[in-house]
Design a binder for this molecule. Sequence first.
Ligand code: G6P
Length: 619
Amino acid sequence: MCGIVGYIGDQQAYPILIRGLHRLEYRGYDSAGVSLISEKGDLNIYKAKGKVAALEESCKSQDLTGTIGIAHTRWATHGEPNQVNAHPHYSESRNLALVHNGIIENYKSLRTQLEEYGMTFASETDTEVLVQLIEYVKKDHNCDLFTAVQLALNYVVGAYAIAILEKDHPDQLVCARKGSPLVIGVSKKADGRTEFFLGSDATPIVEYTNQVVYLQDGEIAIMDRTGRLEIVDLKSTPQTPKMATLQLNLDQIEKGGFPHFMLKEIWEQPNALRNCIRGRINPANKDIILTGVLDHKERFLNCRRIIICACGTSWHSALIGKYFIEEACQIPVEVEYASEFRYRNPVILPDDIVIAVSQSGETADTLAAIELAKEKGAFLYGICNVIGSSIPRATDSGTYLHVGPEIGVASTKAFTGQVITLSMLGLAIAKVRKSLSDEMYHMLVEELYKIPDKMQWTLENNKDIDKFAERFTYCKNFLYLGRGYNYPVALEGALKLKEISYIHAEGYPAAEMKHGPIALVDAEMPVVVIAPKRGMYDKIVSNIQEIKSRGGKIISVVTEGDVTVKGMSDYTFTIPDTRDCYVPLLAVIPLQLLSYYVAVTKGCNVDQPRNLAKSVTVE
Ligand code: G6P
């Protein structure tokens, strides 16, 4: 939520900042703003409601000079998404400008106190309180900005990533983080000059340098044009900057000829999943090697319960993971909404393993849930996509998805990456605990290895979804039904549709339909049924009959060669045959495409749906 960009060096900052904002727009697009210290020495702030393009338009005739600047794209929390509440925010003297990602929980009491000291506020945001506080502390202690930030942040409760400019010191940039991510890019030139780049993630940085420092929680940094990068913690203790090399390239974060990131990411899935299983599945001996499990064998051997915490789409993949792990390992698995788990004093036993599933690795609720589990002594395992993000750093062990950056706000390849990773995890645990026969284990590994090819087949054979999607654009409601492993797929299909096309959709276990949703079924109601020719096929055929006899329109996902369900359906998507536990990896693909084409036909912005953000770093 909210994206921050910053730059100090010898290039003009504005184009770098705007490019960076475009890359971070997935984090929020309620408003955008930029602050520059101009060649004349002015500290300018320009901001606009809406997207980065609106900002560019609005500041065309402004003074955009300057080799230092900060910028922000906002997902509104405090204060409506208008121009006044947009970042950057000035301090009262207009000597400081600040951008912020996060939430300051005690901002009301801080604001009251600062107002008592005579300070006035222009906006309703918690962010303005921060910049005013820093200015107040700076004057009160008669100190420099770096020191003032260190002192001020000790009064602050909440989450933040901030970057600050000071008019009188155009040669330095100060930033800090606690609970919200911040990456510093360092580019050292052959002639000794150094440029610094800031980003909420590495996407605004990657085209300039692959050398980065991931700022840690509670750290404050100062960068200047001499190449100085100094980091301290909140107690002002110096910290050594740890340089890392980015594993990201520019192609991965561009659209590559697709009209939207979402479509690109849907089509990337076969390759993304090949990358995910590479080096982990050995097809020759049908074995899985997950170092995250092997390095902690005893933990997995002695574990008596697994709790998986996640939010949104990641919660759906966690549910599939539960079914898989319980079946393969015979360990009880609970799946928790991280936002609920963190606030209800859950029972966590010493031999529990708590798994966090998160694409971004930054979701505030998931992070808080595992911190709580850590306090209670659980062993923590992270399943994340963004390398170096907060959750992998907070966990004892884990597995990265390696599906590449996911930019579209609606998650697609991260979902299938999570499902396949949870399947590998289940198999790796089963091997440690010897809970599967060798024959079953090898057969499941062998079939898992074939999934990327079967995904490719699914994509190639469902290309015409675009042709009939328009028939559904005027629908007000959709129902998605599935049983067993496909119940979470129904939830995910419904979520995809509602988040990008704004059509109300619900996912249900197919048998539960009789306990309520069936009352909604009429000739206007499309019902999407995941009906592979496997496990509970006959039961789902009965569910389809029940819908048909009430006039509902059936859109089915069936196994190649199936004629029964196809004959009962108004529209059919076909997937290749696979084991029950892997059907979600294939069945979700036509549902992703359906929601994509319905949304595009409706004229919706699929990559940036209203009110949503990709990385939810506030609770
Ligand atoms: C947001 C995103 C979803 C995502 C969820 C959890 O709501 O729009 O796509 O599933 O956050 O995010 P995480 O990064 O933890 O998987």
